[in-house]
Ligand binder design. Structure first.
Ligand code: NAD
Ligand code: ZN
Length: 342
């Protein structure tokens, strides 16, 4: 087991990589503890939960709303949870984001921690202190920054995760390596099949390295002014593909990373070989490389992207494998690249 610390403006967070779910007792305070989870995890892991008080929500982006938050407040009030309560979110990114938001707002804030059960939650959603919900169809519109006291990342729990969800988590893992650590990228290339079959030692290193990269970026720039933008590698194109094609986030990000890598190549920043390495690694994790929808539709969706400032987009490109830069790209240049045959 390895521990990583994040120091946020709202407090410090300990990420416990390779810790087992069974040992969660060691991290809970003597206070009253209430678990927040989704119905799927309650079914799979409920018998192993450390306490009996459990609030269960549904699954999917559609439940990530203020209505769900309100239903949780109702249950907390009904069972007379006071300011000394400690909330534990057990689940993927949705459960973590909602638990963090509820804990930050109920009675002006109570203590909380997470057990992150998807790869995406372990390497991304539970790290960095962003909490919140969707609002009127807009993703993560309402929320606050706040750090959980601990995050337990047990790689064994990923064994029950559907393969497609696992692939999506690996998209963020590949992203971390590509933007920040060439050695880690080499490691993923060598160990991709052992990682994808969730071999314990390999996965512990994967989660650790990824959390370390995200934690170091977040420690430098908690509120996304500069450095944190690098974590958006593949996401400008990715969000557009996600919207137009309705693909899961990780698959769309995979396609987005390929487009960003090709744009880096066309700007003479990245060599062809690195673009091919990225394609091979994403394929090893069963992630798609190309979108099936019309390129113009993607361009339209991207032009509406919130990070657009005037006629330029802030775009994360690769200088080389393991090093990202944020560049302002004119929309017209993107248009030319999207129009050219590959
Ligand atoms: N706060 C952040 O910084 C941040 C970063 C990235 C993503 N997110 C958010 O994370 C959310 C996506 O998270 P996600 O991909 O983890 O999805 P999710 O929470 O919806 O989980 C996906 C599915 O997997 C199931 N599941 C979870 N763990 C399981 C396990 N161990 N075994 C079997 N099934 C399991 C869940 O029940 C659910 O059906 C999005 O809402 C996104 O906005 C937040
Ligand atoms: Zn992402």
């Amino acid at each position: 087991m390895k521990t990583l610390s994040i120091s946020g403006s709202t407090g410090n967070s300990k990420i416990l990589v390779g810790e087992t779910f069974e040992r969660i007792h060691d991290y809970l305070p003597a206070n009253r503890v209430i678990i927040i989870t989704d119905d799927n995890l309650a079914r799979l892991y409920g018998s192993r939960f450390p306490v009996e008080e459990v609030i269960t929500i549904g699954q999917g982006e559609r439940v990530k709303t203020l209505e769900t938050v309100s239903a949780i407040y109702d249950q907390l009030i009904a069972c007379e949870a006071d300011r000394s309560v400690f909330l534990v979110g057990i689940g993927g990114g949705i459960v973590c984001d909602i638990t963090g938001f509820v804990a930050s707002t109920y009675l002006r804030g109570v203590r909380f921690g997470y057990v992150a059960t998807t790869l995406l939650a372990q390497v991304d959603a539970s790290v960095g202190g962003k909490t919140g919900v969707n609002f009127k169809g807009y993703k993560n519109m309402v929320g606050v920054f706040n750090q959980p006291e601990f995050v337990v990342c047990d790689p064994q729990m990923l064994k029950t995760l559907p393969k497609r969800e696992l692939s999506c988590g690996f998209a963020e893992v590949v992203k971390h390596a590509a933007i920040a650590d060439a050695d880690y990228f080499d490691f993923l290339e060598r160990e991709s099949s052992r990682a994808f079959s969730l071999e314990a030692g390999v996965m512990e290193r994967v989660v650790y390295e990824s959390v370390a990269i995200k934690a170091s970026v977040v420690n430098q720039d908690e509120r996304e002014k500069g450095e944190r933008r690098k974590l958006n590698f593949g996401h400008t194109f990715g969000h557009a593909v996600e919207k137009t094609e309705g693909l899961p986030h990780g698959e769309a990000v995979s396609i987005g990373m390929m487009l960003a890598a090709r744009l880096s190549e066309s700007r003479k920043m990245l060599d062809r070989q690195s673009v091919e390495r990225l394609a091979r690694l994403l394929t090893a994790f069963q992630l798609p490389l190309k979108s099936r929808v019309d390129r113009h539709q993607i361009m339209d969706a991207m032009a509406r992207d919130k990070k657009r400032e005037g006629d330029v987009l802030h775009f994360v490109l690769l200088e080389k494998m393991g090093r990202a830069v944020v560049e302002e790209i004119p929309i017209s240049e993107l248009q030319i690249m999207m129009d050219s045959p590959d």
